[in-house]
Design a protein. Structure first.
Length: 133
């Protein structure tokens, strides 16, 4: 079973790599110059689980989002665009964006922690009325 899963995983990786190759080739062929804005993908896709002192929130959803993001191989796409632009002798500027507006996973974890905190406060306020009633 493990062998079949690893074969399928390798096949998916080859298909993804080929699709990236085709996409980047077409993009470079149609361009006179490229500007690539790269977010810090590794930092933006950190584990939502947290640690013993600070539990994470929405861990299942954020983990799925992180996996899907990393499966798109954004770093590989940037590398392909850079070397293909160099081969085609066109300008290629790469700009690092430290805080992209698409950092949804981290925002979801922060929102989940706030929701959890508010729920705790509401429960504390309702506890005395439950005991009295």
């Amino acid at each position: 079973m493990k062998f079949a899963i690893s074969r399928l995983s390798a096949q998916v990786a080859r298909i993804r790599h080929n699709a990236l190759h085709v996409w980047t080739t077409r993009l470079v062929a149609q361009s006179a110059g490229l500007t690539i804005i790269t977010p810090a993908v590794q930092r933006m896709t950190q584990s939502p689980h947290g640690d013993a002192g600070h539990w994470g929130a929405y861990t299942e959803e954020v983990s799925t989002l992180n996996r899907n993001t990393l499966n798109q191989a954004p770093g590989l796409a940037v590398q392909m665009l850079e070397y293909k632009a160099k081969e085609a002798a066109i300008r290629c500027d790469v700009i690092a964006d430290p805080a992209p507006p698409i950092a949804l996973g981290r925002d979801a974890v922060v929102a989940g922690k706030k929701v959890r905190k508010v729920r705790r406060e509401v429960r504390k306020r309702l506890e005395p009325t439950r005991l009295a009633g």
